[in-house]
Design a protein around this ligand. Structure first.
Ligand SMILES: Cc1ncc(COP(=O)(O)O)c(C=O)c1O
Length: 289
């Protein structure tokens, strides 16, 4: 997930654009104290934010899910992004965060008077070439994806420890990415991307009801596959399907379509024929907007 180096990141806070390394938030913000925040990671293609409307809709779903009232319209949020973008050049990585705000140190809901809006942006770092030639290594970790009944993975909150611990576990096992099961034992997703498998020639991906973030890239890939007449299946997938897959890839805003070259120690073609087709379709779609 190559994000821009810290010294090239800019931040917009309280109407000011400044280098991120010099930008300070209150130590009393509940975003820091309770991991109580909602966020989106976005990127531009040809200077335009990819599927901004979908990202803002998901931010609103997250905010509603964590009972965080957003006092901004979509147009105001887009204007905040544009105000930071105006000071920067080239393709951008952008992170839009809404933190609960400063409040008394208890769980009282009205403790924080107003949420904090923060935008980070910096040059988009292209994925290394090896991702598209050798692919990622990934495998199942012990860590389970948090269930809907706890902190629903459909919300993109700043409480990222579930995913981060899974990622650490994968690294300890020598994999670059972690794949997590749900408590029910179905495949869910990777630490910061959605999972696709090719099973008997069918592009297959876990259902949102199995406990995943509904990725903007995932939705775009599914739409493109359907439009191209490729067979798709959104369903609960058991862990055994990892051994049956003829191709596998991960999707996310920063990775786009990132092939998996080794799945639980088993080598897969990179990119496999269906993956290559979707990489091409996605590139044409995102680049042509
Ligand atoms: C847990 C998780 N799943 C999936 C994704 C991919 O979502 P998107 O394609 O909207 O970037 C992300 C993105 O960061 C994520 O954190």
């Amino acid at each position: 997930m190559p994000a821009p180096p810290l010294d090239l990141l800019w931040a917009r806070l309280d109407g000011n654009n400044r280098p991120a390394l010099e930008t300070r938030l209150s130590v009393l913000d509940h975003g820091l104290l309770y991991g109580d925040s909602a966020y989106e990671t976005l990127r531009t293609y040809a200077g335009k934010v990819f599927r901004l409307g979908e990202h803002l809709a998901r931010l609103r779903r997250t905010a509603a899910g964590i009972r965080l009232e957003l006092p901004w319209t979509d147009a105001e949020l887009a204007a905040e992004i544009a105000a930071l973008q105006a000071d920067l050049q080239g393709e951008l990585y952008i992170r839009l965060l809404v933190l609960r705000g400063v409040g008394e140190l208890d769980y009282a809901r009205n403790g924080a008077q107003r949420p904090t809006l923060l935008v980070l942006a910096g040059p988009f770092v292209e994925q290394p070439e090896w991702l598209y030639t050798r692919g990622l290594t990934a495998g199942l970790v012990e860590m389970r994806r948090s269930p809907h009944q706890a902190l629903s993975p459909t919300y993109k909150t700043g409480n990222l420890l579930n995913a981060r611990l899974a990622h650490m576990e994968a690294r300890e096992r020598g994999w670059q990415e972690a794949l997590m099961l749900s408590l029910e034992g179905h495949l869910t997703e990777a630490s910061s991307s959605n999972l696709f498998l090719v099973l008997d020639g069918v592009l297959s991906t876990p259902a949102v009801s199995d406990g995943i973030l509904e990725g903007v890239t995932r939705n775009a890939v599914l739409e493109l596959a359907v439009a191209a007449g490729l067979p798709t299946r959104v369903a609960s997938l058991g862990p055994e399907t990892l051994d049956q897959a003829s191709e596998a890839f991960l999707t996310s805003t920063t990775r786009a379509v990132g092939p998996i070259g080794q799945l639980g120690g088993r080598n897969l073609p990179v990119p496999g024929p269906l993956t290559a087709r979707l990489m091409e379709l996605f590139r044409a779609h995102a680049g042509g907007l």
